[in-house]
Ligand binder design. Structure first.
Ligand code: PMP
Length: 400
């Protein structure tokens, strides 16, 4: 169709087939190339990193560190040392909350979040605030569901030491003008962390052009494996931060009297890392870069546009979020609980998410307990949108 998006990559994904998988914002399906890379890494290539004196371990170490270089290039980091391997976005935010915020903040300091944040970009800051006596403030949203940067500009003060915002909302798909948010934060001397979970799979990200201070994302939403993610931070920030966890690999020298720590990023990577996860992430980045993020973004925008247009013609259906939402569309069928919408859609082979999406403050703001959410990936196509629309019509008939 004319408004369907151009990518035809479904066959690369054995987990998709003729299933209408519209829950990619929760976790993305994996291309065969990633599955193959993981199988090789657990098979003929398998060995530990950084310690082995034998060739296979040396090769795995090269792959592990080459992946760090690849990630750095993928998001525009100044150097590999700025890339910390973590379990996912959640761990990346907790690391910054514990090793930066809990160290740096004091009573009277303030943290600025927004109304649409995922719980993983709220709770770690509350924990740091509780330890330090810092306070949290919340930037409101515009009418169409974007973080209101005019309001942010008006409310920010020198007491704000840290701003933490989602690049793309996991509920509304709203895209943040990160550069402007960073400028507003830096004008009062605050640092800014960007939760890039939903942005990295669908927008080209350049952390230096965005001028943020911390950036986190999870590999599993980028068509890679679970259990691995990235914390990027400016080198001078990482260098000044204490370790996150103690253990093997993160040390310089250990005696019972005193231990000194390895420089960043090694200092933050205690224990045997998720070696195979890193190899899988590397293959996922190769895959995504070969397709091209601009093509992916255009493709998903076309699909969301097609879905939004269809939903708008149904008078008992309300779509949330801005018209230019990226890859994600929350909606409500009047008088029908989102879980019932999800269950009926499942019967027709359409998988969506129904619930609060780990964003309870946003649900309260929208005046709903939950939403139904369709989210797209580079393998989605018009058949998925059309099945979604047919499924919603069925919901309306059943509850009509
Ligand atoms: N932030 C956002 C915007 C997300 O969508 C998610 C995943 N739902 C997270 C953070 C947390 O990511 P993870 O569970 O992979 O740590």
């Amino acid at each position: 169709g004319s408004s369907g998006g151009g990518l035809r990559l479904r066959d690369d994904f054995p987990g998709v087939g003729d299933w209408h998988y519209l829950d990619s914002a929760a976790t993305a399906q994996k291309p065969q190339a990633v599955i193959d890379a993981i199988a090789r890494a657990y098979g003929p290539d398998y060995a530990t990193v950084h310690r082995g004196v034998y060739e296979r371990s040396a090769n795995m170490t090269l792959a592990y560190e080459a992946a760090r270089r690849k990630v750095a290039g993928f998001i525009g980091a100044a150097c590999d040392a700025e890339i910390v391997y973590v379990r996912g976005a959640t761990e990346g935010i907790n690391l910054v909350a514990q090793c930066w915020a809990a160290e740096q903040l004091k009573a009277g300091d303030r943290i600025l979040l927004s109304m649409l944040e995922h719980h993983s970009n709220i709770v770690p800051w509350q924990m740091a605030a509780e330890k330090t006596g810092a306070q949290i403030d919340v930037v409101p949203l515009t009418m169409d569901g974007k973080i209101d940067l005019d309001a942010m500009q008006a409310m920010i003060r020198p007491e704000h030491r840290l701003v933490a915002l989602a690049h793309v909302s996991n509920v509304l798909g709203s895209v943040l003008d990160v550069r402007r948010a960073a400028d507003i934060a830096h004008a009062v001397g605050a640092k800014i962390l960007i939760d890039g979970c939903q942005a990295v799979p669908r927008l080209a990200v350049d952390v230096r052009a965005l001028d943020c201070d911390f950036y986190v994302f999870s590999a599993h939403k980028l068509y890679g494996p679970t259990g691995i993610g990235i914390l990027w931070a400016r080198r001078e920030l990482l260098d000044a931060m204490p370790p996150y966890q103690g253990g093997g690999s993160m040390i310089d020298k250990v005696t019972f009297e005193k231990t000194t720590y390895a420089p960043a990023p090694t200092r933050f990577e205690a224990g045997t890392p998720h070696i195979v996860g890193v190899v899988g992430l590397s293959a996922a980045i190769d895959y995504v870069q070969a397709v091209g993020l601009e093509a992916i973004h255009a493709h998903e925008c076309a699909l969301v546009g097609r879905a939004r247009a269809a939903l708008e013609t149904m008078n008992s259906v309300r779509a949330f979020g801005p018209d230019d939402s990226a890859g994600i569309l929350s909606f409500e069928v009047e008088g029908v609980h989102p879980h019932d919408v999800g269950t009926i859609l499942d019967e027709t082979g359409v998988a969506i998410r129904a619930g609060h999406h780990c964003a309870q403050p946003l649900m309260r703001h929208l005046g709903v307990e939950a939403t139904a959410r369709a989210s797209f990936g580079l393998y989605s196509d018009e058949s998925d949108v059309d099945a979604l629309v047919r499924g919603i019509e069925r919901v309306r008939k059943i509850f009509g």
